[in-house]
Design a protein around this ligand. Structure first.
Ligand code: GUN
Length: 293
């Protein structure tokens, strides 16, 4: 039987219905959850992410404001904007869109966001809280991966999850999330990376394989076992002369090759991607609920 395809858009739609109800309940208590987004410059990918975040927030009844700063903005200007949002009670969540210009110290800006308003989960204190299993904002992509698994009937509990990629944005926080002794987690986790010798010997052991390496179609069907559940976080551009744009998007996995072998697989695009904005909205609603209590 061909693999079941796990569509992020469908799971996102389901979560957004639940979020709208939570927003309505907060509004009945006099609190409208607010998200402040800081965008420095006009990078097209960043503009399109930020637009999706604003649209998503408005659709579920949240307050959203995007502060657009000039591409020439200084670190002081970015910090001053974050400071203003930190102090403004209308904003329960703050997100500074990355990447920032190279002369702005990203770590300094992230650490300057109020810990309670950091809805990306990038603040070092939230990173520590996640590792310790304490309540915190969970980085959106790993959170989306876990939601996709649990909501499509592939709970990671007791399974061997092999994560390919050790980034601070995906691999490391996902591992921290999955090893927790909690419902929807409690997995055995292996992280593979560029220093791993004999990668296939690890990927073949995976009940659940998460590919987050950022390299097009490097994980092939011969590297997984029959019945593996494959979550592909990669979004890579490959040249495609038949496309009007001259390129198309592919994941880190060979989707077509794996269809006959995997139990389930996420497509690219349309898999993990749509989940990330939804998880940001979820983190903002959770921040508003915590701040209202
Ligand atoms: N740029 C690309 N993805 C992200 C993200 O998840 N958060 C932020 N702040 N910037 C990004």
């Amino acid at each position: 039987m061909p693999a079941k395809i796990i569509y992020g858009k469908e799971i996102s739609a389901q979560i957004r219905v639940e979020l709208k109800e939570r927003v309505d309940r907060l509004k009945a208590r006099g609190v409208t959850p607010g998200l402040g987004v800081v965008l420095v410059g006009e990078d097209p990918a960043s503009v399109s992410y930020v637009t999706a975040k604003a649209k998503g927030a408005e659709e579920i009844g949240m307050f959203e404001e995007t502060i657009r700063l000039l591409p020439t903005s200084t670190e002081e200007e970015v910090l001053a904007t974050v400071d203003r949002l930190n102090r403004d009670p209308r904003f329960n969540g703050i997100l500074v869109q990355l990447p920032l210009p190279k002369w702005v110290n990203t770590d300094k800006v992230i650490s300057f966001i109020s810990v309670e308003k950091d809805v990306d989960g990038f603040h070092p204190i939230n990173v520590g809280r996640l590792l310790r299993g304490e309540p915190c904002a969970i980085p959106c992509t790993p959170y989306g991966v876990v939601q996709m698994l649990t909501r499509s009937g592939y709970s990671p509990e007791g399974r061997h999850v092999v994560i390919c990629g050790r980034s601070n944005l995906v691999g490391k926080p996902l591992a921290a999330l999955l090893v927790q002794k909690k419902k929807g987690a409690n997995a055995t986790v292996t992280i593979c990376h560029t220093g791993t010798k004999d990668l296939p010997s690890f990927t073949k052991q995976a009940d659940i394989l998460v590919a987050a390496m950022g390299a097009p179609r490097v994980i092939t069907a011969d590297m997984i076992r029959e019945g593996c559940v494959v979550i592909d976080v990669g979004i890579n551009r490959v040249p495609d002369p038949t496309s009007p744009k001259g390129y198309r998007l592919v994941g880190d996995c060979d989707f077509d090759g794996m269809l006959a072998k995997a139990e389930a697989i996420t497509p690219v695009p349309g898999g993990v991607g749509p989940m990330t904005v939804t998880m940001l909205l979820l983190n903002t609603v959770e921040a508003a609920e915590r701040q209202a209590d």
